[in-house]
Design a protein around this ligand. Sequence first.
Ligand code: Z5A
Length: 207
Amino acid sequence: MKPQFVTLEGVEGAGKSTQKSALCHWLRARGVPFIETREPGGTPLAEAIRGLLLHTDEDPPTALTELLLMFAARAQHLETRIQTALAAGTWVICDRFTDATFAYQGGGRGCPWAWIETLESLVQGTVRPDTTIIFDVPVDVGLSRAAARSEADRIEREDAVFFERVREAYLRRAEADPERFIVVDGTPPETQVTEHLLATLATRWAL
Ligand code: Z5A
């Protein structure tokens, strides 16, 4: 099997980071070489852009600026880290990628999907994740988990209606491409979610 580019997605508090750790532990135990990364971020420059995106309250970016900064960070991350790893035969496990842009800047902020598709082609060419796992939880469940964990950043302070649009956009993308997407119910206890996820992936990858 060629090295896989795997992305994890979901609304706030859906359990991506928790399940990413479980997935990485499972891959390590099977001797699969991989890197773990995230967006926005994943390289020093892209992490600096992440800081601008999530912690600039004085002069908050407009929707278009936010969209362009997401893709600026992605261009750097993709060329200098993701593609390098895949070319070396290393799997990439990435917490969020372009589906988050469709969900947050498209669904949440209302940026036209055509703009996002144009930037996706420009920045990524034909590169797309091989597998995208969406952890799906009702917005109120995710928000209360996230609130219990840490102080909200600029995007996390959006209201529930925004996150309903984000969730709906994620599910719409999954429905349009059932080959690439796996939608996992993120509501049960962590261990049950992990069990279900790993059983699905073991079959998908024959691992
Ligand atoms: N963003 C964007 O707008 N456009 C883009 O293109 C990209 C990103 C790439 C940063 O993302 C922000 O960037 C994000 C979208 C935007 N902003 N918002 N809002 P991030 O992924 O770094 O941050 P995040 O979405 O805020 O992640 P998160 O809150 O860390 O969510 P999570 O990773 O899905 O959840 P978690 O950390 O695994 O779990 C949260 C808590 O719930 C924690 O205390 C867990 O112990 C608990 N948990 C987890 N699973 C369970 C279960 N099953 N039951 C009970 N409790 C659980």
